[in-house]
Design a protein around this ligand. Structure first.
Ligand code: ADP
Ligand code: MG
Length: 347
């Protein structure tokens, strides 16, 4: 069985330089990422941070887009200037324009005073346009103009404001596909797509999971004044079989629940939510990344076999004849393997 460093001393020994900076203002402080894909992301961030080029971060929800955007700002020469973040998907469309560009008193009902927009607030610093793929067509036109000219007019105003801001945008959507579908302007897409950064899903860098677990246990012990020491190997293995649709956010929330409820000692399989315990449905296999410690081929191959068998059983509602046919094996062979892997139908 592959073993992962889950105590802090082991981790520091294995830590990549970029992700583990000591000083409090370090751009990557608190960002976990030992997998080669994340180490590549850190290297790219270091290279492009100071360039002022527009960056488009893409990744599923909870993969750390906001965190990386902030790290880019902290790594850039603008680090002492404002970092202003706005979630374009969370603000009602009629308010978004005023949030971005500000408004003057009386511009619309409720505009009782002049208001500075996010672009102006971010002057000399960085603006982070989160979930930019959720923006309406009208606003896409206006944003394009700001990106090209760094100029805009507040809602209801006739004065043009010029700013100097670095743009970082993020989306969980496939923007190229949105362009094809006609939902996102092609010109804006190309204006944003200068330096793309793709954040992998947690299941695609599952070798990072033990580091995340240690990181969250440490962090939560301090914050919640708890004394959880570790997690058992079996529990860790179960977590590594989950597909984590909510990515790091899902893991962070689960760890908070586990640490607070456990309080001290070791987290074990019995502490996990039922769907994550060992006999939970297995997700399609994602090949694990081979870390510096190597990987046990036999274990990995068995795991692969187990998942295919489980999948075929689920597909055939556990009718073994049919499952055996799907896998092109004899029924007796299948039954033998089901026994060996202790596979059981989940309630
Ligand atoms: N690499 C990482 N290291 C430590 N914490 C992370 C990492 N990636 C994400 N997180 C945590 O997960 C949560 C979701 O991250 P966030 O940046 O908001 O994701 P996104 O914007 O992609 O939805 C945050 O609480 C963040 O602190
Ligand atoms: Mg986000």
């Amino acid at each position: 069985m592959q073993s992962y460093p889950i105590n802090k001393d082991d981790m520091d020994e294995n830590a990549g330089a970029s992700a583990q900076c000591a000083n409090d203002n370090a751009p990557f402080k608190g960002i976990v990422g030992q997998s080669t894909t994340m180490q590549d992301v850190f290297r790219l961030v270091e290279r492009v941070a100071d360039s002022d080029s527009t960056i488009l971060i893409n990744g599923e929800t909870g993969t750390g887009k906001g965190m990386i955007a902030h790290a880019i700002h902290k790594q850039s020469y603008r680090r002492d200037q404002p970092f202003v973040s706005i979630n374009c998907g969370a603000i009602p469309e009629n308010l978004l324009e005023s949030e971005l560009f500000g408004h003057i008193k009386g511009a619309f009902t409720g505009a009782t005073a002049n208001k500075i927009g996010k672009f102006e607030a971010a002057n000399e610093g960085t603006i982070f346009l989160d979930e930019i793929g959720d923006m309406s067509h009208d606003l896409q036109v206006k944003i394009l103009k700001v990106l090209e000219e760094q100029k805009f007019e507040p809602v209801g105003g006739c004065r043009t404001i010029t700013v100097n801001v670095r743009i970082i945008a993020a989306t969980h959507r496939d923007l190229e596909e949105e362009v094809q579908k006609g939902n996102f302007r092609e010109d804006l897409f190309y204006r944003l797509y200068v330096i793309p950064i793709k954040l992998p899903a947690l299941r695609e860098r599952i070798t990072d999971l033990p580091y995340f677990v240690s990181h969250f246990i440490d962090k939560l012990n301090k914050k919640k004044k708890t004394a959880v020491e570790s997690i058992s190997d079996a529990a860790l293995q179960s977590l590594m079989q989950h597909s984590w649709p909510g990515n790091v956010r899902e893991l962070a929330n689960l760890m908070e629940r586990l640490v607070v409820i456990k309080g001290d000692g070791q987290i074990d399989v019995g502490d996990l939510p039922p769907k994550m315990r060992n006999n939970a449905p297995l997700h399609p296999f994602v090949a694990p990344e081979i870390s510096g410690d190597g990987i046990c081929l036999n274990t990995a191959v068995s795991e692969f076999e187990k998942r295919l068998i489980y999948q075929s059983l689920e597909k055939t509602k556990w009718v073994k004849n049919k499952a055996a046919q799907l896998l092109h094996v004899k029924r007796t062979t299948l039954v033998e393997k089901i026994k060996r892997y202790e596979l059981e139908k989940c309630a």
